[in-house]
Design a protein around this ligand. Structure first.
Ligand SMILES: Cc1ncc(COP(=O)(O)O)c(C=O)c1O
Length: 348
């Protein structure tokens, strides 16, 4: 079983796919004004009713189609806990988010993974065939994928849902805001479809722990009784609502992150690099592999930049940061990997 490591270090943190943007003064001021009126001596609203309404409005769905969680992590634990027991299997991608492994192991289940070449198209029939052969009990993967940033298109996911109508198929859209597709429009078509979303990434609320499990109302009604009571604290509910009232600001942040991601990727493509490969991304990070990774990590460390290192492989993942941080990362990439004698691509 893989245990989940949280890395909290000083420096420029490009390791956990957090937002580089703190709350604006407008949001902070509203929070300040509302802090005295929170009923701290009381338990929170158990069903997070107003918060669910605000989030449902943001997604254009009904509040009965979602459960609010203490981070989407809590919701991952809930669905795995409900469906998985010893001898049961969760089918996921390799690589994917390590918490799937953590919760599956905790409930005595087994992970079955589907590895595929990032340089090749995703073969949905092959994925289905393996899952059917293994008689898997749950399908769960992130889309866009963490860590690769790759996306499996909605048509392929619909094919998966049709091939496995009797088991939960959970699509983790933690990075959905950075992509141009979502399975949200299919929740009423497929009762076995569940979607995970979070306010930790695009909304810059990682510290507050707020995520959601989404599905058709009848599926959600069956899961809701198993949710831990009072799981989303009153401050998080209050701040979540405020942030959802300032969606335009969040949308600007998302646009900036996507712009920076594309700038970085384009710039990297224009460099003449050796011993490294970067992959295009639909999320707020770039994934790469290199047989000279240690030199790269060391060069970043000297500038106090921390990225995610996949220690058992040649892979790494860089969260998109502020424009200044990204420019610094680009110049380190160039200095570590540029082929000798090549002409430097201009840096912006
Ligand atoms: C794919 C994926 N799902 C879920 C999560 C957990 O998010 P939350 O902060 O909502 O618990 C993460 C966090 O990194 C993630 O990468």
């Amino acid at each position: 079983m893989i245990t989940y490591e949280t890395i909290k270090q000083d420096g420029i943190l490009l390791n956990a796919n957090e937002s580089p943007y703190p709350f604006s003064n407008t949001i902070l001021e509203e929070i300040r004004q509302q802090i005295p009126s929170v009923a701290y001596e009381r338990y929170p609203q158990d069903d997070a009713c107003e918060l669910r309404e605000a989030y449902a409005a943001y997604l254009h769905i009904h509040p009965d189609q979602l459960i609010a969680g203490n981070g989407s992590d809590e919701m991952i634990g809930l669905i795995i806990g409900l469906a998985i027991s010893p001898n049961k299997t969760v089918y996921t991608l390799k690589p994917d988010f390590s918490m799937y492994d953590y919760y599956t192991g905790m409930h005595g289940g087994r992970m079955i993974t589907y590895s595929y070449d990032l340089n090749q198209p995703f073969h949905v029939e092959d994925f289905i065939q393996k899952g059917q052969k293994e008689q898997v009990n749950m399908i769960l993967f992130s889309n866009p994928n963490n860590p690769t940033g790759r996306i499996i298109n909605s048509a392929d996911i619909k094919t998966i849902l049709q091939a496995f109508p009797n088991i939960p198929v959970i699509i983790d859209e933690a990075y959905g805001e950075f992509a141009d597709q979502s399975m949200l429009e299919y929740i009423d078509t497929f009762p076995n479809l569940l979607i995970l979303r979070t306010m930790s990434k695009a909304f810059g609320m990682a510290a507050l722990r707020l995520g959601f499990l989404i599905g058709c109302a009848s599926t959600i009604a069956r899961i809701r009784p198993y949710k831990v009571p009072y799981n989303v604290n009153s401050l998080t509910q209050m701040i979540g609502k405020i942030v959802l009232h300032h969606q335009e600001e969040m949308k600007d942040n998302i646009t900036n992150i996507i712009k920076e991601r594309e700038r970085m990727y384009k710039q990297i493509q224009s460099m003449s690099l050796t011993n490294v490969q970067f992959f295009s991304s639909h999320a707020n990070y770039l994934y790469g592999t290199s047989n000279n990774k240690q030199t790269f990590l060391q060069a970043l460390k000297e500038k106090r930049i921390i990225i995610r290192d996949y220690a058992d492989s040649d892979a790494f993942r860089i969260t998109i940061g502020t424009q200044k941080d990204n420019t610094q990362v680009l110049s380190i990439i160039q200095s570590v990997f540029e082929k000798e004698g090549s002409i430097c691509a201009p840096q912006r």
